[in-house]
Ligand binder design. Structure first.
Ligand code: CMP
Length: 137
């Protein structure tokens, strides 16, 4: 049994896609072990995306991620990191497979509706960034 962090980004929340995204997880048998809606400050977003600090898109990405509420979730299931990445589709929605969340709803490489952890190590760090042990069920 594995866990991963999922975020419905400000564009997904603003556009009323919370239910649509959660439906896709639950339909695949992925369990939601923790969930909340939060509004990150610029500093919170910079901390979360610290690995991208040197990237040219860092400032714009952290502005965007602190531009409105987000929904953060810990997802649980067998091989859930990979399964979530398949449901999301490629970071660049133009390369995402048809039927994936990003192919269906993303509007640009930054406003790509969802985030998902890319490895077990990062999943653990990312879940701990938002949730205490008492909030994961
Ligand atoms: P995410 O999976 O949240 O991880 C980093 C985010 O940076 C990515 O999704 C995109 O929303 C954003 N981003 C913006 N520009 C780029 C880019 N050129 N390459 C990769 N990610 C980008």
């Amino acid at each position: 049994m594995e866990r991963t962090l999922s975020i419905i980004k400000p564009d997904g929340v603003k556009r009323g896609l919370i239910g649509e995204v959660i439906k896709r997880f639950e339909k695949e048998g992925i369990r939601i072990a923790a969930m909340k809606m939060i509004y990150m400050s610029k500093k919170d977003a910079e901390g979360f995306y610290a690995v991208h600090r040197e990237k040219p898109f860092f400032d714009s990405l952290t502005d965007f991620m602190s531009s409105g509420p987000i929904v953060v979730m810990a997802l649980e299931g067998d091989n859930v990191i990979q399964r979530n990445r398949e449901l999301m589709g490629a970071t660049n929605y133009k390369e995402a497979k048809p039927g994936t969340i990003r192919a269906d709803f993303a509007t640009d490489i930054e406003k790509n509706v969802v985030h998902g952890s890319d490895s077990p190590e990062n999943a653990e760090i990312e879940i701990a960034y938002f949730f205490s042990k008492l909030e994961i069920h």
